[in-house]
Write a protein that binds this ligand. Structure first.
Ligand code: ATP
Length: 518
């Protein structure tokens, strides 16, 4: 008998069983070490995750893009995304850009590799993941694992990232819209960050801006007052009137003054129904401006008095229509009922510090239930431009930057935004009233470096008055006038010289529009 035969025959177990036992043992050891590793990981690492449908995703991306560790990174993704902060705040370390300041590049973690960095002396590993659950949507997330047992490090990281972001946002208003990357919109996504627009750049009838600003400020500061009296802490503003009269602009400007972000609710968004609308509203932050633009158009396209799935043939409860044509596909896809919208409006206003703004060009077409006090507390009409507005627009358009505050004349609206409705007028500028364009042009010698700034303002005020004389009261929109002035950006004299002809042409061609809004 050979030795090998002997060993086989003397073993109490067959060969296959011994192999099985060895494999089982190895697997057991692997599992144990894996569990032990997981345990060590759990004990030694803290992982924080950020999903791209949440605002903090932008904070963290922006913070990472600025972190010095990207200088040494071996694999980074270059992006023109601004992470919701003003463009100038987002830069590569070397300010690399091919197209000048218009498209600034920044770095973000690549999805291809893990990144490592040090945060306050702690080692951190960063992973960025992208998923595409279906062809309509794409989800991103970032996971930061820090080698520490100290939870306060996480707090410090979050605080630093947020502060970074807030600093970059300092002079901007963030605009959020429904997240359109999924078929049913439920979440908000930041789409833009606009520079704060100074309230003084919006020229309205006397007292309107101040009324809005003071009312909103008083409201935001009176939570306790409402609570003590058991009155729902809500405030809604309906801005209605001519297109291009400054409704949207004033909301953006107020948002900047009040330090609130703007959440734009688009009711005729495909896929939106009563329940997703309520979910969206529930996702609004505590202090913000919720904006429904052209609320009448939303009615027409998508909002019906009947409940979704109700009887289409009902005579009294039919679709609210303004009598315009429309997109049947949208109407079919949007299933927001009037009662759903009313519930949503109450929801918007029901939580602390939310302010609702709605705009419309068709005030009369709105259902009284929508506009009743408690839902829309202040209704403010925006009219076509009057002569005072035209004059002020001209003056502000051409005054050199930084000098407008020194002008005393014709300040229509009390610019600091803090005055109450009684607006303080500064003394008018000295009279300068050229009676004809020819005279004005003759007087308009080129500006010289030595020309006194005060003289420039006086001259400009004179031109503004002459411009306003040619603009008929309440027949042209401020947007239209602004568009005209843009043609003469550096030529105020030409703007005055040609305004009469332009007005004639505009009014001749716009009689339909005028009839509509007069
Ligand atoms: N009262 C105003 N003062 C200064 N600029 C104005 C004013 N009204 C309109 N504009 C200018 O016209 C443009 C359009 O204004 P805006 O979008 O605010 O008008 P709107 O009333 O919201 O129009 P719509 O009803 O069509 O939405 C903006 O660029 C804005 O600067």
């Amino acid at each position: 008998m050979r030795p090998t035969d002997f060993s086989i025959s003397t073993s109490p177990l067959p060969e296959w069983m011994r192999l099985f036992l060895v494999a089982a043992m190895l697997d057991f050891l692997r599992r144990i070490s894996q569990t032990a590793l997981e345990h060590v990981n759990q004990v030694c690492w803290i992982t924080i995750s950020f999903e791209d449908d949440d605002t903090c995703y932008n904070w963290i991306l922006h913070w990472l893009s600025k972190h010095p560790s990207w200088h040494e990174a071996r694999s980074v993704q270059v992006t023109t995304r601004t992470f919701g902060v003003p463009l100038q705040a987002v830069t590569t370390p070397e300010q690399v850009t091919r197209e000048g300041a218009a498209r600034t590049l920044s770095y973000m973690p690549s999805t291809q590799a893990k990144h490592t960095m040090w945060f306050k002396g702690y080692y951190a590993v960063i992973r960025r993941e992208c998923q595409q659950p279906d062809e309509y949507s794409r989800r991103e997330s970032i996971h930061i694992s820090i080698l520490t047992r100290n939870n306060s490090i996480v707090d410090q990281l979050l605080a630093e990232a947020k502060q970074f972001y807030v600093d970059a946002q300092n002079d901007a208003v963030s605009i959020y819209v429904q997240d359109n990357r999924s078929w049913t919109p439920r979440a908000w996504r930041q789409v833009a960050s606009r520079p704060k627009r100074p309230l003084k750049s919006i020229i309205l009838e006397r007292g309107i801006k101040e009324k809005l600003l003071n009312d909103a400020r008083r409201f935001l500061g009176s939570a306790e007052w409402y609570a003590e009296r058991g009155i729902p802490f809500r405030r809604g503003y309906l801005l209605y009137g001519a297109p291009g009269s400054g409704k949207t602009s004033v909301i953006q400007s107020l948002a900047g003054e009040l330090g609130l972000d703007v959440y734009v609710l688009t009711l005729n968004r495909a896929g939106l129904d009563d329940s997703t609308l309520c979910q969206l509203v529930a996702e609004l932050p505590r202090r913000c401006i919720a904006l429904i633009e052209d609320i009448d158009a939303a009615f027409f396209q998508s909002v019906s008095r009947r409940t979704p799935g109700g009887d289409d043939s009902g005579h009294n409860e039919g679709v609210v229509s303004l009598g315009k044509g429309g997109d049947k596909r949208d109407a079919a896809q949007c299933r927001v009922s009037l009662s759903g919208l009313l519930n949503a409006l109450d929801g918007i206003a029901s939580q602390d510090g939310r302010i609702l703004f709605a705009t419309t060009n068709h005030y009369a077409a709105l259902d009284p239930a929508l506009t009743r006090p408690g839902r829309m507390d202040l209704h403010i009409e925006f009219k076509l431009a009057d002569k005072d507005q035209a004059e002020e627009l001209f003056f502000r358009f051409f005054i050199p930057s930084g000098e407008e505050n020194e002008d005393g004349g014709g300040n229509l609206c009390g610019d600091d935004g803090n005055t109450d409705i009684g607006v303080i007028y500064l003394p008018p500028s000295p009279p300068l009233t050229p009676t004809s364009t020819e005279k004005l042009v003759a007087e308009d010698t080129p500006h010289t470096a030595t020309e006194n700034a005060e003289n420039q303002r006086i001259r400009l005020r004179g031109m503004a008055k002459q411009f306003a004389r040619a603009v008929p009261d309440r027949q042209l929109s401020m947007a239209g006038l602004q568009g005209y002035l843009m043609l003469y950006k550096d030529h105020p004299v030409d703007a005055v010289r040609n305004v009469a002809a332009w007005v004639e042409q505009e009014i001749g061609g716009n009689t339909f529009a005028l009839r509509l809004y007069e």
